[in-house]
Design a protein around this ligand. Structure first.
Ligand SMILES: NC(=O)C1=CN([C@@H]2O[C@H](COP(=O)(O)OP(=O)(O)OC[C@H]3O[C@@H](n4cnc5c(N)ncnc54)[C@H](OP(=O)(O)O)[C@@H]3O)[C@@H](O)[C@H]2O)C=CC1
Ligand SMILES: O=C(CO)COP(=O)(O)O
Ligand SMILES: [Zn+2]
Length: 358
């Protein structure tokens, strides 16, 4: 393995992170403590109704413009930046789901201002990560951005958010188990640079959740808190690694492939959850490390979809996406590149794991 020439790593991390039942109330304090007073307030139509309006009220003196984000694309970023024109802003406050947070991260990065992330959904680890995921011409692209300056993860907001997105967030968190296995594989097989701190931050919170007796994000605040903290650590692990490596392996390639091909009705975390069962199966089969049944069981306990049918996918579509996955990010070495499973073998995996019926 060869390292770059610098002797220590310089990493950009969020300055302030709070996970509590009242984090939303801190937004004014945060703006004050960073000496920020000209804010672009970004939100979504639904998130505004549910929580955004109340947060807006608290910082109305600081807001210079409010914009509703409609889609997660570069053209939406341009629309908002053109709308701002010569208006001076020193911060972006984003109150919404992944779409709003990602658009906020890109705008704050381009305009070199602070970004305060107030997620109203916890559907993926983008809450605190330096990655924005856009769809351009219907195709997914991942963009490197600055991580948020502050993350205010409010458990009251998130507990009351639609359960489907919390379950999807759980899928995205558990997927770190196979992502880190793939990273280790790349270290061992092709000498890829590996960072134990980033890998542990991504891996441990998800692996510890495998032992839960039950998984209920609505009624059990401790489990919800573990999910949110895990997703935040996952985002920070990406910042430490300098790429999404600790949180995105073959299971993510599979999910990106489904998006490319336009198959099924799953959201990101649901798709990667299915991918995680498949990749864990392959890791277990070829290297004896892993327990795909434990992963499937924890998904079932959390009511994360574990079958093709639940995501409106056919067996053929999943197989096509698994084959297509190798064309995505060819340089990211994973179990798929290592084993190069045939279509017949993959079909057997789908049947053995119960993802499709035989
Ligand atoms: N950065 C990253 O690493 C990743 C980013 N993504 C990206 O994230 C985006 C998807 O984000 P996701 O969070 O799944 O969903 P969205 O942000 O698209 O929101 C989904 C729906 O939920 C609504 N909504 C938001 N908050 C609430 C709430 N508290 N109560 C009720 N409804 C609510 C939204 O309405 P409204 O918008 O009107 O408020 C919208 O209708 C995609 O663009 C995807 O590419 C996906 C994976 C990783
Ligand atoms: O979703 C992500 C991590 O969970 C981001 O990963 P990608 O770089 O594959 O988009
Ligand atoms: Zn993800």
């Amino acid at each position: 393995m060869r390292y770059k020439t610098e002797l220590t790593r310089i990493v950009e991390l969020p300055y302030y992170v709070e996970v509590s039942e009242s984090s939303r109330k801190k937004v004014k304090d945060i703006l004050d403590s960073f000496n920020l007073n000209s804010t672009l307030f970004l939100t979504g139509k639904n998130s505004y109704e549910v929580v955004g309006a109340k947060i807006e009220e608290k910082i109305s003196d600081y807001i210079v413009e409010k914009v509703f984000v409609e889609k997660a694309t570069m053209s939406e970023v341009r629309r908002i930046e053109l709308f701002l024109g010569y208006t001076d802003i020193d911060s972006v406050v984003g109150v919404g789901g992944g779409k709003v947070i990602d658009v906020g991260k890109v705008i704050a990065t381009e305009l070199k201002v602070a970004f305060i992330s107030i997620p109203t959904l916890a559907s993926n680890d983008g809450i605190a990560s330096p990655v924005a995921s856009f769809k351009e011409n219907g195709k997914p692209v991942s963009i490197s951005v600055n991580p948020p300056t502050a993350v205010l993860a409010d458990l009251t907001i998130l507990r009351n958010s639609p359960i489907r997105y919390l379950r999807a967030g759980f899928g995205d968190l558990i997927s770190n188990i196979t992502a880190v296995k793939d990273w280790k594989l790349a270290r061992d097989k092709i000498g890829e640079e590996y960072n134990e701190v980033a890998a542990s931050m991504a891996y441990l919170p998800s692996s510890l959740m495998l032992n839960l007796e039950s998984v209920n994000f609505k009624d059990d605040l401790t489990t919800l808190e573990k999910l949110i903290r895990g997703l935040i650590l996952s985002g920070v692990s990406i910042a430490i690694a300098g790429s999404s490596r600790p949180a995105s392996g073959a299971e993510h390639k599979f999910s990106h492939a489904l998006d490319y091909l336009g198959y099924g009705s799953g959201v990101h975390g649901e798709q990667v959850a299915l991918g995680t069962i498949i990749m864990e199966y392959l890791h277990q089969k070829y290297y004896g490390i892993g327990d795909w049944e434990a992963i499937k069981t924890i998904f079932e306990k959390a009511q994360v979809p574990t079958t093709a049918k639940e995501l409106n996918l056919t067996k053929e579509q999943i197989l096509e996406a698994l084959i297509y996955a190798k064309r995505i990010r060819k340089k990211r070495y994973t179990i798929l590149e290592d084993v190069n499973p045939s279509k017949e073998e993959l079909e057997l995996v789908l049947i053995k794991t119960g993802i499709v019926e035989s």
